[in-house]
Structures are given as structure tokens and as C-alpha cells.
Design a protein around this ligand. Structure first.
Ligand SMILES: O=C(O)C(=O)C[C@H](O)C(=O)CO
Ligand SMILES: [Zn+2]
Length: 280
């Protein structure tokens, strides 16, 4: 096997509120993604979302079944979204090949039997970020380039949160069962994401922070709005946001992040906004 996985159980808000820094990191931070020539998964019990990575350096890598899904093939009862944050790569899904440039995304539908990852240039391998959730129907496998994503501009320079949200999945675009995924980029000097904050108990969320300099980090805010905690997150690390938690962050330098959700609906706008004065 060229696949590794770990499992994260779901944590309730009262337990999270009394965790030490190490316990918060063990439960919510995914700090060991992106290993050369491996597929690496963190299988969560939040909506059974799995977050992972594939870095095909020396050769191609297959998407292999893992025990937690209990199926013969990984996508027998799941859907998959892959976002490339590295060099040009190719994904082959049941014989069809898709070339992904940096920041392009592939949706692979339930029932895909054989899927593999390859890089165009071993000196600059593709770095595929993977997101998978249980599915109830098959939607067609398709490539969505960053230029085809729906763009929303939010925030302002004055509040250090001027940013653009690129929705790969949105109401007028590709259909999914559960997965909603996008990427957020910042105007120079803006470092705050998702502030004002929100929660959405209908959907869990995962963030992958990247494009961060080696000595920089994001202070990721989590917790119930009146009981917040923070996790220091470095380049190419992911953080799991339980449905009851805010998910906001501030960088010591510029960064980009990929957000992904799974749960009861795919309505990006179905959120409870948290008033600035209510955060504790
Ligand atoms: O910068 C932002 O704001 C975001 O990207 C927010 C995420 O899209 C999100 O939290 C979706 O629920
Ligand atoms: Zn959210």
C-alpha cells in the first residue's frame, strides 16, 4: 500500500473547552499531510469527511481503499474533490485523464473504480489536496478550473480582511451530494479570514492553509463563539472545524486557504453570523 490514514473522533464543545494546547492540536490539527509518494488521509467522524493528500513524485499513485470506509474501492459510496496546489498533474479516473494546473479542481463521482494521481514534472510534483464525503448518488466526474469558479469579493483593506472567495461548487455549477469546496485569496496586507465569524451546525468544515512562508503561521480561531480557543497552523497544514465551532484565522504573513464542507445541506449561505461583540 502507498496509503496511510488516521482517524479523528468527533469532539463535543464542552470537552473541547477544557483541552490543553496539545489536546486541541491532536484533535483538530492535521499537521502531517503532503508526503512524497504517499496518499495520506485523516478520516474524521464529523460527517465522515476525509481530508487527505497525494504527492506523486517518483511515479503514479493509486487511490486505495482504506478500512474505515468498509468498501472494496474508496469511491464505492463516496465522492471526491481534488485541488492541486503544486505543479501540473494528471488524474486518471476509470480511463479518462484530466490535467490539473495549480489551483484547478477535479470532482470524481461515486462509483469511480480506478483513480490515480501523476505529476507532469518530477522536479515540481503535483500536490493534490483531497476531500471526500459519503455520497448517495453519482454525479459526473468533471474538471473545474480556478477561472471557472464563482468569485465573491469580501472585506476591506481598513479591516485587514479584503479577500476573494472562489467557489468551485455553487448552485449554478457542478452538482455534488455533500461536498462544497472553495479557495480564498487575500489582497496584499489583508490577513484576516472569516471575520466576522460564523457557525453552521448543518455542516462541518475543514481548512487547508498554504502559500505561507516557512517562518509564518496562521492563528486559527475555533470554539463556540463565547468560548474561543486558538491553534497555531503552519504552511500546508489543515484544521478540522466541528459544526458547532467558529473557523476564522489571522496570518503573520499572507496566505491562501481551501475551505470544504460536508453535512446536511450544500447551501453556502446557510450560516449563523456571530456579532463581533459576542465573541469571547
Ligand atoms: O474568507 C472567508 O470568509 C471564507 O472563506 C469562509 C469560508 O468560505 C466558510 O467558512 C464557508 O462556510
Ligand atoms: Zn464556514
Amino acid at each position: 500500500m502507498t496509503t496511510d490514514y488516521d482517524i479523528r473522533f468527533a469532539v463535543d464543545p464542552a470537552s473541547a473547552a477544557v483541552m490543553t494546547t496539545s489536546e486541541l492540536r491532536e484533535n483538530f490539527l492535521v499537521d502531517d499531510l503532503f508526503a512524497a509518494d504517499r496518499v495520506v488521509w485523516t478520516y474524521t467522524h464529523y460527517d465522515r469527511m476525509a481530508v487527505g493528500s497525494a504527492v506523486p513524485a517518483a511515479g503514479s499513485l493509486p487511490l486505495e481503499a482504506i478500512k474505515p470506509t468498509g468498501t472494496a474501492d474508496f469511491l464505492d459510496r463516496r465522492e471526491l474533490i481534488v485541488v492541486n496546489i503544486g505543479g501540473v498533474g494528471t488524474i486518471t479516473a476509470d480511463g479518462a485523464s484530466f490535467d490539473l494546473a495549480n489551483r484547478d479542481m477535479l470532482y470524481a463521482g461515486m462509483g469511480t473504480k480506478a483513480l490515480s494521481f501523476a505529476s507532469a514534472d518530477v522536479a515540481n510534483p503535483a500536490r493534490f489536496y483531497l476531500l471526500s464525503a459519503p455520497a448517495h448518488a453519482r454525479h459526473e466526474t468533471r474538471l473545474i478550473r480556478i477561472g471557472e469558479a464563482k468569485r465573491l469579493d469580501l472585506g476591506s483593506q481598513e479591516t485587514s480582511n479584503e479577500r476573494s472567495i472562489f467557489q468551485f461548487i455553487h448552485a449554478e455549477g457542478a452538482k455534488t451530494c455533500q461536498l462544497v469546496v472553495g479557495m480564498t485569496t487575500f489582497a496584499p496586507g489583508s490577513v484576516w479570514n472569516t471575520m466576522p465569524a460564523h457557525v453552521h451546525d448543518r455542516r462541518m468544515e475543514a481548512y487547508l492553509y498554504f502559500d505561507l512562508p516557512a517562518d509564518a503561521f496562521v492563528v486559527h480561531l475555533m470554539g463556540e463563539p463565547d468560548e474561543t480557543r486558538h491553534i497555531v497552523v503552519r504552511n500546508e497544514q489543515a484544521v478540522i472545524s466541528p459544526p458547532w465551532s467558529i473557523h476564522s484565522g489571522v496570518g503573520t504573513a499572507g496566505y491562501t486557504f481551501i475551505w470544504a464542507m460536508a453535512g446536511d445541506n450544500v447551501d453556502y449561505t446557510d450560516v449563523e453570523k456571530v456579532e463581533m461583540g459576542d465573541l469571547r
